[in-house]
Design a protein around this ligand. Structure first.
Ligand code: FMN
Length: 365
């Protein structure tokens, strides 16, 4: 943790989690974040799904749901920022309180339920920045009371394709009842048919390059689910998988922790092992060329490196930022560079998949 953040954190943590979150968005919006020297290391540049990323570490969805601060987020050193989840209609989400800190574990539980201002406002903000540099992905979802969820995803693709660097189809939030059913069987096929057709149709109509489509999955998948999702995403020409969203499991968490049994998705350090295992399982199922984005419990360089060694091309984090502060991304990047210096590694991709098999043998924890 930086010194400034070690002073600020106790004050922020006296606020309810959502108040602290709102305050941090306002600070980013108003330029109140101290200038951060972002290390630039050409060994960290990666090209994934046709996009050239300055470094592989991105901000995960859920922090900047309404695309209020993507450029300020990029100035923290992130190689890319993902906004959303955005649903067609604005929606309030579940009743407050719905976010809980578990500081002893470096974790959060949330059951926000896709609270967001809807497509129109976010589109306007993204349209206003579309000529700026910086990679900004848009994560799309379905309204809770939608009569046709597939149509909501198609609407998200059509709306944001012109302004997004890539699109993420989020079918793994545990907080919209029934949403995760879209991860399996015919539901998944029907969804992927529709979203890929919408993506390809827009690109053909406007004679512009196709924007990559990533699918974001849950960590709570069994071996058969992993095999069938891998099959479906390759069949439909999906460009990448984001592994993973939050978990509904609580195994491995101390039983005496306050908030442990709150309903919702658990993120942060306790998610690391399972999400990394599922990432490795997808790497094995999909082979070496498929793009994988590793998310879940990254809060230092060692964990970032382990995700890459499991098979990740790109990384994302959210909860680590809550506990580690705004300088964490640059510290993680600097520490990855130092690890490469010490071990004679010439490019970050040399570490990719080095330990897929070992991580699979160790199990999901
Ligand atoms: C408060 C909160 C809100 C989130 N909202 C979203 C969301 O809207 N869409 C989404 O795809 N993931 C959402 N996530 C999941 C994160 O993007 C990420 O997949 C997960 O937290 C694991 O990464 P982490 O351990 O680094 O936080 C949210 C996570 C948290 C903690």
């Amino acid at each position: 943790m930086s010194r400034a953040y070690s002073l600020a954190r106790p004050l922020l943590f006296r606020l309810a989690p959502e108040k602290a979150h709102r305050l941090s968005i306002q600070a980013l919006k108003n330029g109140l974040v101290p200038r951060i020297d972002v290390p630039i290391d050409s060994r960290l540049r990666v090209s994934v799904a046709g996009i050239a990323f300055p470094n592989p570490l991105g901000l995960a969805a859920g922090y900047d749901k309404d695309a209020e601060v993507p450029d300020a987020v990029l100035r923290l050193g992130f190689g890319f920022a993902e906004v959303g989840t955005l649903t067609p209609q604005p929606q309030r989400g579940n009743p407050i309180p719905r976010v809980f800190r578990l500081p002893e574990e470096g974790a959060l539980i949330n059951r926000l339920g896709f609270n967001n201002e809807g497509h129109a406002d976010a589109y306007e903000r993204l349209d206003a920045r579309r000529r700026k540099p910086g990679i900004v992905g848009v994560n799309i979802g379905a309204n809770k009371d939608s009569a046709d969820r597939v149509a909501d995803y198609v609407a998200g693709i059509s709306r944001f394709e012109p302004v997004a660097s890539y699109l993420t189809v989020n079918i793994s939030s545990p907080n919209t009842p029934g949403l995760r059913k879209l991860q399996s069987g015919e539901d998944l096929d029907r969804l992927l048919d529709a979203v890929m057709a919408a993506r390809n149709g827009y690109a053909a109509m406007t004679a512009t390059p196709r924007k990559p489509v990533f699918v974001k999955v849950a960590p709570d998948l069994e071996r058969d689910d992993i095999a069938s999702i891998a099959h479906a995403v390759s069949d439909h020409g999906v460009d990448g998988l984001i592994v993973s969203n939050t978990t509904i499991r609580r195994e491995g968490l101390r039983t005496d922790l306050p908030h442990r049994d709150e309903a919702g998705g658990l993120s942060g350090r306790p998610l690391f092992r399972r999400s990394t295992y599922v990432l490795a399982a997808f790497r094995r199922a999909l082979g070496p060329d498929f793009a994988l984005i590793g998310v879940g419990g990254i809060d230092n360089a060692a964990r970032a490196i382990e995700k890459i060694e499991a098979g990740a091309d790109l990384l994302q984090m959210y909860t680590g930022l809550v506990y580690g502060g705004w300088t964490l991304p640059t510290r993680i990047l600097a520490d990855i560079s130092q690890h490469m210096d010490l071990n004679g590694i010439r490019h970050v991709s040399e570490m990719r998949c080095r330990r897929t098999d070992a991580i699979l043998s160790a199990g999901p924890g």
